[in-house]
Design a protein around this ligand. Structure first.
Ligand SMILES: Cc1cc2nc3c(=O)[nH]c(=O)nc-3n(C[C@H](O)[C@H](O)[C@H](O)COP(=O)(O)OP(=O)(O)OC[C@H]3O[C@@H](n4cnc5c(N)ncnc54)[C@H](O)[C@@H]3O)c2cc1C
Length: 342
């Protein structure tokens, strides 16, 4: 009798420079540890254009991937759900994995529901934890604006089990490198049969760490008062290697662009450290940052709701606290900083 070990397939994502994104690395390493437990293989698929096989091999190898499949075609430069779905499903059917994981990114949020439909698989989106109890896989996710954590068991062994994970929520142990087998596929795509056309992609000019990937975020609320005052947050973020976020009130007031908005109608973030400056802590804001590992609040109102949700709180004027914070961080981290103005 042949016993087939369950394989795990991870949809990897890359930046423009072809480096794997941080959330992809987190999922790949988590999946490697799980594959070691269940005795299966870790397969990764990367879909895009002009893929660099040598770079991919090196990076997948460090994540402990057994086999990487690169699907490469000029028409895959920008995400197109129609083409990507067809190619992703084809790979899933060929590889027949038991578990299919990806990042809860814009691509993952679009592609995984389609993949679950076409494979008749069970799907849980935006998970924050994963456990293997015997042979049963359990994932956790937050619901009702981070008020409830639900644990969901995948208990139908016959179906593929699909899950997307919130960036920065998985903290995998280190893995041993593998000599990854890299297979490059160059599919023929008949452009005339594709109904969905991408007319234009407008990329952000920002060179900063993307909010959803940042390990540290410093956010400003309505209290920032105007766009120029965000300068102190950007300066402090530079010292910390952090990204800068905003509340909806700040975005609606025109102090920050919508791309910086954290919350129910903005981005969902899960950094190691979230510093909320002049943010009251409304439930809709918490919905986007409540799974941060450590929350620090700076607010001059001691009764602000954020103080019920934070790990550390400073009751004072942010315009007094943040410059001092920046100065102290500069000293602590041994960085050259301009003197803070009070
Ligand atoms: C459907 C829906 C979706 C929403 N989606 C989002 C979302 O995605 N993200 C989001 O953030 N909100 C969202 N909101 C809005 C949310 O309800 C709050 O209105 C918003 O988060 C408030 O932003 P704020 O905390 O910056 O402003 P405020 O509530 O006005 O709070 C400002 C805070 O700053 C403090 N403060 C003032 N001056 C200073 C100072 N100098 N120093 C220190 N502290 C100071 C005040 O004490 C106060 O606590 C949504 C609302 C709805 C109805």
């Amino acid at each position: 009798m042949i016993i087939l070990m369950p394989d795990i397939l991870v949809l990897a994502e890359i930046h423009e420079d072809k480096d794997l994104t941080k959330p992809s690395i987190q999922i790949l390493k988590t999946a490697r540890n799980l594959a070691n437990q269940i005795g299966g293989n870790l397969i990764s698929v990367l879909i895009g254009s002009d893929l660099n096989a040598a770079k991919a091999k090196e990076q997948f190898s460090h994540c402990g991937v057994d086999k990487a499949i690169l699907v490469d075609n000029a028409l895959l430069a920008n995400y197109n759900s129609e083409i990507y779905t067809k190619l992703f499903i084809k790979i899933i059917k060929e590889q027949n994995p038991d578990f299919i994981f990806g990042v809860n990114s814009l691509v993952g949020m679009d592609l995984f529901p389609a993949a679950s439909f076409h494979t008749n698989g069970d799907l849980i989106m935006d998970c924050t934890e994963i456990h293997l109890d015997g042979s049963i896989l359990t994932v956790s996710k937050t619901m009702y604006s981070n008020k409830v954590i639900v644990k969901v068991k995948f208990d139908d062994k016959r179906k593929p089990k699909l899950a997307t994970f919130r960036p920065n929520s998985l903290m995998p142990k280190d893995v041993s490198p593998k000599s990854t087998e890299v297979i490059t596929e160059k599919p023929n795509i008949d452009q005339s049969s594709v109904k969905q056309k991408i007319k234009e992609v407008i990329k952000s000019k920002s060179k900063e760490v993307p909010l959803t990937e940042a390990g540290i975020i410093i956010s400003g609320g309505r209290a920032m008062g105007n766009r120029d005052h965000y300068k102190i947050l950007f300066e402090t973020a530079e010292v910390l290697g952090a990204a800068v976020g905003a509340s909806r009130a700040a975005v609606d007031s025109g102090y920050a662009p919508h791309s910086m908005q954290v919350g129910q109608t903005g981005k969902t973030v899960s950094p190691q450290l979230y510093i909320a400056c002049g943010i009251s802590g409304a439930i809709q804001h918490f919905a986007g940052m409540g799974s941060s590992k450590v929350i620090v609040a700076i607010n001059k109102d001691p009764n602000a709701p954020i103080f019920k949700k934070c790990d550390y709180g400073i009751v004072d004027d942010l315009f007094k606290v943040v410059p001092v914070l920046k100065e102290e961080l500069c000293k602590l981290l041994g960085k050259e900083c301009t003197a803070a103005k009070s």
